[in-house]
Design a binder for this molecule. Structure first.
Ligand code: FES
Length: 161
């Protein structure tokens, strides 16, 4: 497993900022997820050795926090708001259309071409302009069942609104 000198230094800094190395676990998980987009089994093994923990204990922490991923994500990560206001504006229908158009049959999974990951998320604080989607961190509003196909069509060509 390749880890840059910079990341290694950040890990050491995190460990040294606590009396107990194990306390740096969350910081280290964030570092790896930022770097790789997810936390692989190889990473879990590496971290557990580094912090003298059992891999299972590292995995328990990862699975406790929904922010951490154990599978790779696509180049485009779409988080579709599933909270009431967007849901009343048909975000579920939008989700189904995008899953079909972008070949993502499983929510939270990634399309075979590695380009798209679709998942639900909570309120994106733009409720009056739903349905809302967070696309690689960029808010896309008013993605309706009527324009969702065009949104997907453009996205497949790398056109981000
Ligand atoms: S309910 Fe979707 S942005 Fe608030």
């Amino acid at each position: 497993m390749e880890i840059s000198t910079n990341t290694l230094q950040q890990i050491e800094d995190a460990i040294n900022s606590y009396p107990e190395p194990k306390s740096a676990l969350l910081k280290i998980l964030h570092l790896f997820q930022q770097k790789d987009g997810y936390i692989s089994q190889e990473t879990i093994d590496w971290i557990s050795k580094k912090l003298s923990m059992e891999p299972l204990n590292v995995l328990e922490v990862i699975t406790f926090y929904p922010i951490f991923r154990t599978k790779p994500v696509g180049r485009f990560l779409l988080k579709i708001c599933h909270t009431l206001s967007c849901e009343l504006q048909n975000s579920s229908e939008v989700c189904k259309i995008l899953q079909k158009e972008l070949n993502c049959p499983e929510l939270g999974g990634t399309s075979l071409d590695g380009l798209f990951t679709i998942e639900y998320c909570g309120c994106l604080a733009n409720c009056d302009k739903g349905p809302n989607i967070l696309l690689n961190g960029k808010l896309c509003q008013e993605i309706t069942p009527e324009n969702a196909k065009t949104f997907a069509f453009n996205l497949k060509r790398g056109i981000v609104p």
